[in-house]
Design a protein around this ligand. Structure first.
Ligand code: G3I
Length: 490
């Protein structure tokens, strides 16, 4: 479980904190900002890995010394929490206002951080006038005009844009947003084409929540990326929001990121927070530390993961308590800007050593896909009983299905060229595949590597997928073999 789509309107700032903000701004004591050692800032650890660590900024908070100190010190990327959304940038049709967005862009420039754009097309936080557009042709024109202007305004400043945000339902179907209903399926590719035209240098991303693990929704986005790549529609990256619940980091997060990376797109954790029931306690904070470590580790282990962005700095200002009653404490710094154990988890995930005393014994990392270590050829430890491991997930409807297969070389020896074999017991028929050549003879199916994923280093993995049909029953294969060796099935 990660997020849901309920985002009731209303204030998300807690009023009693306003007074505290004044005290902080005037230098009175509430918070003692923890000054990280230069060697152990999150941004220095990220930079050492060629990645970025970002935060969602609301510029007004920079007037608080504690907030600004952390923002300045710890991060090398910034994204506007709200200021670049449609409602903020085009409140009246074709009348653009960039004051709030420019404040974020100017902070990024003056502090030497990368700027990430969020979000051009989203079913929330768009202005009321959009609802008044009844024709698809007119809405498409309005959407293209919005993208041309906003992405044009920030061209040369942003490294990437969330072009379309939250376009899918959890079951993998298209969300019935106003854009989907009025324009139809093509609205996503029209948005990406308009963004490319407005800013040819920006990486163009699709972004969503509850897509952190391998599931129907993430598979739908995988299929979209595959389709866009096949048809030459511009798409460069996929964002995984990772609004997570304590203790529920998907165990296949890294495998999920990797299967997208295998398609030739960048991936990024874009809005990380880990909410817990409040009040927090030492045990919950220790679990949260472990959760942050798992997420940062997964990104560290995927070469094409550009980094992790956290959705805010301090629990003082977080969207979580306003939307999820009884939950909060989701970020790295607490209400009073004290560093939480989550900081050490994040740092450890990016290869740092921990320096903050923690209230509990560090939680050992769970072996599996999120175990730190290179995914490219390098020193490896053969898995016990080595061979291969296969993950097989399916998104199905009455007579059809889409399957995603993850293949991992768990032996200590590199593989160069592979064929995965299995058998279907209920007459399923493969119709179309990607990232592997799938052939079928009766119930016997084989998938042979594509040219670009032939090499599977020891410990390495890859993914491929296919569509198929069935006649009402679609059991998963009971066994797989890789180059003739039986695999474990995850
Ligand atoms: O700006 C108005 C202000 O003028 C008005 O007085 C006040 C009255 O309630 O509302 C203010 O707008 C608020 C806005 O944030 C700016 O502060 C909205 O009520 C509030 O709903 C809005 O919340 C934002 C939310 O997106 C909107 O759905 C959160 O700050 C922001 O963190 C959140 O971010 C989203 C990402 O963009 C996409 N992924 C999910 C994530 C969390 O919901």
């Amino acid at each position: 479980m990660t997020d849901d789509s309920k985002r009731p309107p209303g204030r998300h700032r807690r009023p009693l904190l306003a007074a505290a903000a004044v005290l902080l701004a005037t230098g009175a004591a509430i918070a003692v900002p923890h000054l990280a050692d230069a060697a152990t800032t999150l941004q220095s650890l990220a930079a050492a890995k060629g990645k970025t660590v970002g935060f969602a900024l609301t510029s007004s908070y920079l007037s608080e010394a504690a907030y600004k100190n952390i923002a300045d010190t710890e991060f090398n990327l910034v994204v506007a929490e709200n200021a670049m959304k449609w409602s903020e940038t085009e409140p009246s049709r074709n009348s653009f206002t960039y004051t709030a967005g420019d404040a974020v862009a100017n902070y990024a420039a003056s502090s030497g951080k990368q700027l990430y754009g969020h979000a051009l097309v989203w079913h929330q936080q768009y202005p009321g006038w959009v609802d008044g557009i009844s024709s698809g042709t007119d809405l498409l024109a309005a959407m293209k005009n919005h993208i041309a202007n906003v992405a044009g305004h920030y061209a040369g400043k942003v490294v990437a844009w969330d072009v379309v945000n939250e376009a899918f339902e959890d079951n993998g179907s298209r969300r019935q947003s106003i854009f989907q209903q009025r324009i139809g399926n093509s609205y996503i590719e029209e948005a990406f084409k308009a963004a490319r035209a407005a800013d040819p240098a920006a990486k163009l991303c699709i972004n969503d929540y509850s897509t952190d693990g391998i599931n129907a929704k993430s598979t739908a986005i995988l299929n979209l990326v595959q389709d866009f790549k096949a048809r030459g529609v511009p798409i460069d990256c996929v964002g995984f929001q990772a609004h997570l619940i304590l203790g529920q980091v998907p165990s296949d997060l890294q495998a999920n990121l990797q299967r997208f990376a295998n398609l030739g797109v960048d991936v990024r954790i874009t809005e990380l927070d880990v909410r817990m029931t409040t009040p927090s306690d030492a045990s919950k904070l220790a679990t949260q530390k472990s959760d942050f470590q798992k997420v940062f580790t997964a990104c560290a282990n995927v070469t094409r993961c550009t980094g992790v962005t956290v959705w805010g700095i301090t629990d003082r200002y977080s969207w979580v308590p306003e939307v999820f009653s009884g939950y909060g404490a989701a970020l790295i710094w607490d209400d009073n800007y004290n560093r939480k154990p989550a900081y050490d988890g994040a740092a450890a995930g990016f290869g740092g050593t921990t320096t903050t005393p923690t209230p509990t014994t560090p939680t050992p990392t769970t072996p599996g896909p999120t175990t730190p270590g290179p995914t490219t050829p390098g020193p490896t430890t053969p898995a016990p009983g080595g061979g291969c491991a296969v993950g097989y997930t399916v998104n199905q409807w009455n007579t059809g299905f889409t399957a995603t297969v993850n293949v991992k070389n768990t032996s200590g020896t590199a593989i160069n060229g592979w064929t995965l074999a299995w058998s279907y017991s209920a007459g399923q028929t493969v119709t179309q595949s990607w990232s592997a050549t799938v052939t079928q003879s009766g119930s016997a199916v084989t998938a042979a590597n594509a040219a670009w994923n032939a090499a599977l280093p020891a410990g390495g993995s890859t993914s491929f997928g296919f569509n198929g049909s069935h006649s009402g029953s679609n059991p998963a294969p009971a066994a797989f073999s890789l180059n003739g060796t039986a695999c474990t099935v995850a």
